[in-house]
Design a protein around this ligand. Structure first.
Ligand SMILES: [Zn+2]
Ligand SMILES: [Zn+2]
Length: 392
């Protein structure tokens, strides 16, 4: 069975590369993935796989096995980034300023490959496979609207798998870890309001710039003093705006940033710490603080049993020596966390790097590329994991 699956996946490689290159040529930003959605749906039509359009440009497909059983879900994100491609690849982006620089075209092509492999053997499968082609991972997150549209129900999804390309890992390898894998993110805006005055007469106003400097410095103690040194927490301020001239103290300063945490508990605690520090320091400086914290993506935690299953399934395709242990989680966020909040999940990295082919740039770089020769391996890993989960 395994040999067959691997051989079938290898035979699919040219088709998967064609799909991948077609998607790569026509990248679309989040919530605008119309051509991409049409492409995915027409491929599912060709394969005879049923699906429901969801969350506008999203698609939820299902392969129903010949026998009753559990249901496993896969998420492939489909959106691109506002980056001007500089790869010079023959299949480079034809949409100026938009690029598949995070490999979501690879995820989509790989899952369409797994769909084909699984659909061919559906009569013998116990249970179902759901395939979510999800919009807008990079911006506001398409996972939540797809869940709200009911993709996790009828039949209810028991577990979710999700791969992400990684160009720092070579083609043929895969990296995963048990436990925390992606961070929860809480973007924030702090607006400090004081009384503007002449730069030579600070005593007549309340200085929001000095207050902002104190707030920024004090916020560093969230990770250094309020968090256990072995726990990962980041409070980053990436934008600060205040003032128009060197001799004027402005009435307002605005700070923007993101809080990143690895557990639901830490997320609540850090938000509380953040509020108390900003409010307290602002009060001490005599200015007012408006705090706006947005609930963005939840963290992803890899379920131990599901991660072990993924390791074993991937080893059948890639060889046990090519299953790498990821030492530390990423403080990056992925809206796969919304699926992972509902059911056990496993998020893993598939190698798409190649020194010889020049696929060495990190994702979100204008020269990023994913090795098309990794597509069939990724599709085979997904299909093998689905079969192993449903047999178990
Ligand atoms: Zn990305
Ligand atoms: Zn991505």
């Amino acid at each position: 069975m395994t040999v067959d699956l691997k051989q079938q996946a290898l035979a699919l490689s040219p088709v998967l590369q064609e799909i991948f290159q077609a998607l790569h040529r026509c990248p679309e930003l989040g919530c605008q993935e119309r051509q991409t959605a049409a492409f995915i749906r027409s491929r599912l039509d060709e394969l005879g796989i049923e699906y429901i359009p969801m969350a506008d440009t999203g698609t939820a497909a299902i392969i129903r096995g010949g026998h009753p059983g559990r249901t496993i879900g896969f998420r492939a994100d489909i959106d691109a980034l506002p980056i001007n491609e500089e790869t010079n690849l023959p299949y480079a982006s034809q949409n100026p300023g938009v690029m598949h620089a995070c490999g979501h075209d690879f995820h989509t092509a790989s899952l369409l490959g797994a769909a084909e492999l699984l659909n061919q053997r559906k009569e013998t499968i116990h249970g179902n496979i759901k395939l979510f082609f999800q919009p807008d991972e990079e911006d506001r997150g398409g996972a939540a609207p797809m869940i709200a549209s009911g993709c996790m129900e009828n039949p209810k999804v028991d577990a979710m798998l999700c791969c992400h390309v990684e160009s720092l890992i070579p083609t043929g390898a895969l990296s995963v870890r048990t436990g925390p894998i992606c961070a929860a993110s809480n973007p924030f805006t702090v607006t400090l309001r004081g009384r503007g005055t002449h730069g030579a007469k600070p005593e007549l106003g309340t200085d929001v710039i000095v207050a902002a400097a104190q707030v920024i410095t004090a916020l560093q103690t969230i990770s250094s003093r309020r968090t256990c040194p072995t726990e990962a927490v980041v409070a980053t301020i990436g934008s600060i705006h205040a003032g128009t001239a060197g001799n004027v103290l402005p009435p307002e300063a605005r700070l923007k940033g993101i809080l990143r945490t690895m557990t639901a508990d830490a997320r609540e605690r850090v938000k509380e710490d953040f509020r108390s520090i900003v409010t307290g320091v602002a009060a001490a400086m005599g200015v007012e603080a408006d705090i706006d914290i947005v609930e963005s993506y939840p963290c992803c935690h890899n379920d131990p049993a599901l991660t072990e299953l993924l390791r074993r399934s991937a080893a059948k395709i890639l060889g046990p020596e090519n299953i790498w242990e990821l030492e530390a989680p990423s403080l990056g966020a992925d809206d796969f966390g919304y699926f992972n909040e509902l059911v056990p999940g496993c998020y893993y990295y598939i190698g798409v790097g190649s020194e010889t082919k020049g696929f060495t740039y990190p994702n979100h770089n204008p020269r990023f590329g994913a090795d098309p020769d990794a597509l069939w391996l990724s599709a085979a890993v997904e299909a093998q994991a689905a079969l192993d989960f449903l047999e178990g």
